[in-house]
Design a protein around this ligand. Structure first.
Ligand code: FDA
Length: 454
């Protein structure tokens, strides 16, 4: 067993852990980053699939994400805009395909009125929520005891309006059914992006991508750390002595023992309990980690010889709460003559298609894409499904959220350090929650807290 000594050991080489490591190193601390996988980046991963460059995990950057934008600039990376010229597609309950521009779907006038009213109500409520402390809202407990689906039901009886507004948070963000998370959790999701209106605005929330892929962010951060990042090192055990907090902590992998003054667990919070602790974590942590779970979504990539939908005057942006693929976009890479569509199959729909064999699943998903873009969508030259649910070191997508009542009950303790153990992850962020921006923000904050401790 090799022994290493350092000031801070960071568990997880995702955007959050690598940000913290860089901030600590810049302040003169020695760091070691232990990563379970044999690659850097966690939920950011760009790979070559059958000759196509695909962003298997996170990829989009929105204009409010200033921590991420600063990091992109510091690393000298270039960005480009998502293709959005032309008309968008919406499919309603009867399966009729309608084209539209702007954010509001082409639905019957009454439904449109309900949608606009709901967006206004949600914007007003979201404005009252501090994304860094949603539990501090005077009605936090009450809002955390009602599911988002139930809350929508108290606002309108228009089914299409409920499904569409539900979709923006449920299928599209938390990737859980709207009955499975609370209204408070939904408000946090919107507050973390600035407003509910921002979530509805695809041109805002899915604005830019990084040339070469967003994984270049963690790769660039890791490069600055030189040999401090050790891959293929799942941390199995953490040991410390509560009687002697200054004696530090030992992180144990199959090959290494890293002795440090502090440790940062920079991993999805659902994985914290996979590590053994000596002594065990306190009761509060044991409890709260059981009230968090990952959402689940399949990110589908379909590459074609040309972006054929553009010739039909389509932007590639498509939505329907009635379709297997509830949202899809033009995801053509910068400078690529081929055209790529990306679509999303979320929560219970994803469960459903994973009961099928791979060919049947592909056929069903492409059939759904063809409802938006026509028959040509059924014949991609490259097809790939990002399935983070079967990744041992992530276990779902996009991120973790609390079950009913969990956010008001436990949210405030999510990032409370335990002795020398600190926590950092996008799934614990306020602003930028569930996004790379949040991962970077929390990484910076945890590094600053450790530096303040001396
Ligand atoms: P992350 O999970 O990335 O890193 C944690 C690291 O810890 C991993 O590398 C893991 O292997 C490691 N680890 C776990 N257990 C360990 C152990 N015991 N020992 C050692 N290492 C261990 N965001 C966005 O801003 N724009 C977007 O468009 C999208 N889209 C999107 C699509 C898909 C399909 C996914 C899965 C995710 C997104 N996201 C996104 C979310 C975004 O990717 C995510 O919020 C951040 O990358 C999370 O970064 P973290 O560093 O917090 O965790």
């Amino acid at each position: 067993m090799e022994r290493i000594d350092c000031d801070v050991v960071i568990v997880g080489a995702g955007a959050s852990g690598l940000t913290a490591a860089n901030k600590l190193k810049d302040a003169g601390k020695s760091v070691v980053v232990l990563e379970a996988r044999d690659r850097i980046g966690g939920r950011l991963w760009t790979d070559d699939i059958d000759g196509a460059m695909l962003e298997i995990g996170g990829q989009w950057v929105s204009p409010d994400q200033d921590a991420l934008i600063e990091t992109i600039d510091e690393l000298g990376l270039e960005t480009y805009s998502r293709y959005r010229e032309g008309e968008n597609v919406y499919i309603g309950e009867t399966g009729e395909r309608r084209l539209f521009e702007g954010d509001i779907f082409p639905v019957p006038a009454k439904t449109e009125g309900e949608i606009v009213g709901l967006i206004e109500k949600l914007d007003a409520l979201v404005a009252e929520i501090d994304p860094d402390a949603p539990w501090a809202h005077p009605r936090a407990k009450e809002l955390d005891e009602v599911s988002f689906a139930e809350w929508l039901g108290t606002q309108t009886d228009d089914e299409e309006a409920k499904l569409n507004i539900g979709m923006f948070i449920a299928g599209a963000m938390l990737t859980k059914p709207a009955h499975a998370f609370s209204a408070l959790q939904a408000l946090l999701m919107a507050a973390s992006a600035g407003s509910f209106s921002n979530l509805v605005d695809a041109d805002f929330i899915l604005d830019k991508r990084v040339v070469g892929g967003l994984q270049l962010v963690p790769l660039g951060l890791a490069e600055r750390l030189g040999g401090a990042v050790r891959l293929g090192q799942p941390v199995r055990k953490l040991r410390w002595n509560p009687e002697q907090p200054d004696a530090g902590v030992t992180a144990v992998t199959d090959d290494l023992e890293v002795h440090a003054k502090r440790v940062i667990l920079a991993l999805a919070p659902v994985l914290i309990s996979r590590i053994s602790y000596e002594p065990p974590l306190p009761r509060r942590q044991h409890q709260l980690h059981q009230h968090l779970s990952m959402g689940f979504v399949i990110k589908v990539h379909a590459v074609y010889e040309t972006p054929f939908w553009r010739a039909d005057g389509l932007s590639g942006t498509a939505f329907s709460p009635y379709e297997l693929v509830h949202e899809a976009y033009d995801n053509t890479n910068h400078g690529d003559p081929r055209g790529t569509l990306v679509g999303f199959v979320s929560d219970e729909e994803a469960d459903g298609v994973f009961t099928l064999d791979a060919e049947e699943r592909k056929a069903k998903i492409l059939e759904s894409l063809s409802h938006y873009y026509g028959e040509q969508a059924k014949n991609p030259v490259v097809y790939y499904e990002s399935d983070w649910g079967s990744e041992e070191w992530t276990r779902g997508a996009y991120a973790a959220s609390f079950d009913m009542g969990g956010l008001a009950r436990y949210g405030a303790d999510l990032r409370t350090p335990v002795g020398p153990i600190h926590f950092s992850c996008s799934d614990m962020a306020g602003k930028g929650y569930q996004h790379v921006d949040g991962a970077i923000r929390v990484g910076r904050e945890v590094a600053a807290a450790i530096l303040a401790e001396g």
